[in-house]
Design a binder for this molecule. Structure first.
Ligand code: URA
Length: 247
């Protein structure tokens, strides 16, 4: 997700299809209003959610959108796919009223799940928010319930906490916590999202993952009221509270 910030003169020159130098007098004449204030600086920073008016016409008016979806099995974590239903296809009728097609096209997924994995998926048009969620600096923990073909034992806890070397990427996974819930069920806490990470980690023990379900991302739990395939918008306190690691 590239940076969505740009200078006011660059932004307006793109919007109006005129040279950047021509924007300076327009600003001096007080014809541009950004977030309710008359703009006076060509270098003012504009982002995707700045509200911009030029000569009383709205030029940009994007609302930040944040959606939680309960992903069922057999759905692709993508916005478009030629063969399978995607998580975006699943956005509820209830959300249909809230999203026009243009807004829906701007959504992206903050943290994918495999085709047969289930649980919490987040969609947003706010690239800054999703970058913060995936930034290693923020140490956002994702919690999964994993059901396995064979019984678990203490060796798994040690191997997950130590990290595993993935030959293909040439990296060692970050320390991960594994809790044994019952003989064939564990909860796994990851701070990263490598390709098929959990399946590959259990694969080291030749133990096949039968069910993989994401319970939470950071401080945000999957809403138990959402049945598989259903979604809802996040409340503002959830959008900010997801980063609340309790530290
Ligand atoms: N690890 C996996 O192997 N699959 C997922 O969907 C998520 C984490």
């Amino acid at each position: 997700m590239k940076s969505q910030r740009t200078r006011l003169d660059r932004f307006m020159s793109r919007q109006l299809g005129i040279k950047r130098q021509a924007i300076r007098p327009i600003i001096a004449q007080g014809r541009i209003v950004v977030d309710g204030e008359v703009a006076c600086d060509v270098q003012q920073s504009i982002h995707q959610f700045s509200h911009v008016i030029f000569d009383q016409q709205v030029i940009q008016n994007n609302r930040p959108r944040y959606v939680m979806l309960h992903k069922p099995r057999g759905v692709v974590s993508a916005t478009k796919d030629n063969h399978h239903k995607t998580v975006v296809d699943l956005l509820d009728d209830s959300l249909d009223d809230l999203f026009d097609n243009n807004e829906r096209d701007k959504l992206h997924i903050a943290g994918r799940l495999d085709f047969n994995s289930t649980g919490l998926i987040l969609l947003t048009n706010d690239g800054r928010w999703s970058r913060q969620l995936s930034s290693p600096r923020n140490n956002i923990v994702k919690r999964y319930r994993v059901e396995l073909e064979k019984p678990l034992d203490e060796r798994y806890i040690f191997a997950f906490s130590k990290g595993m070397y993935f030959d293909y990427e040439g990296i060692t996974t970050q320390p991960a916590q594994l809790e044994i819930i019952s003989s064939h069920v564990s909860e796994v806490y990851l701070t990263e999202g490598r390709y098929h990470q959990i399946k590959r980690m259990f694969g080291r023990f030749q133990n096949e993952v039968l069910e993989l379900h994401r319970l939470s991302i950071g401080a945000l739990n999957l809403d138990p009221q959402l049945s598989p395939g259903k979604s809802r918008e996040l409340q503002q306190r959830e959008v900010t509270g997801i980063f609340d690691t309790g530290k």
